[in-house]
Write a protein that binds this ligand. Structure first.
Ligand SMILES: CC(C)(COP(=O)(O)OP(=O)(O)OC[C@H]1O[C@@H](n2cnc3c(N)ncnc32)[C@H](O)[C@@H]1OP(=O)(O)O)[C@@H](O)C(=O)NCCC(=O)NCCS
Length: 145
């Protein structure tokens, strides 16, 4: 499980802002999607597409100039699908203050050369924390079906 992660870090630039001077929600979702893609492609060992973004919790606003980090982990897999959670942190670099601003849940599906769903390797939780994430994601999937 520790192999199947994706991290993306970027400065929030002026072209990414909304009318209030904060990071635009659509830009945040693109960053979340990209970080999740890294985790999914790494786990699948090949291409994968976004199947659904079933939840994004916007806990706090992020100001222009902040350093944003999106940390994605594959928490559970089916046959070709991967449940991925993404935690977003914003840091004011000058002060070092770092805040947990967003949490998202995304499903990616691995595909073959024809764009058809392709089986992914099973996920092996090793640590206590990984087992907890795996169990939470499995329960979440159970509630969806
Ligand atoms: C996602 C996609 C590959 C699924 O193909 P499909 O032939 O409909 O897939 P199936 O119904 O056979 O399901 C395949 C898997 O995808 C999962 N899946 C399909 N649609 C899903 C959805 N909306 N949300 C979550 N999982 C989904 C299924 O549960 C199944 O999981 P499993 O293999 O682990 O059991 C296809 O719908 C697609 O290419 N969509 C467009 C993706 C895209 O353009 N993304 C944005 C750019 S990356």
């Amino acid at each position: 499980m520790s192999y199947s992660v994706g991290t993306l870090t970027t400065f929030v630039m002026p072209h990414m802002q909304n009318v209030l001077g904060d990071l635009f929600g659509g830009e945040l979702m693109a960053l979340v999607d990209q970080a999740a893609a890294v985790a999914a492609i790494r786990h699948a060992g090949g291409p994968a597409v976004t199947a659904s973004i079933d939840r994004v919790d916007f806990r706090e606003r992020i100001r222009v100039g902040a350093l944003v980090t999106c940390a994605a982990t594959v928490d559970f897999v089916g046959n070709s699908s991967m449940d991925i959670s993404v935690e977003v942190y914003a840091e004011q670099v000058s002060s070092g203050e770092k805040r947990h601003t967003h949490t998202a849940h995304v499903v990616f599906v691995a595909i073959d050369a024809e764009g058809k769903p392709k089986r992914v390797p099973r996920l092996v939780p090793e640590t206590e924390e990984e087992r907890a994430r795996y169990n939470r994601a499995e329960a979440h999937r159970g509630r969806q079906t």
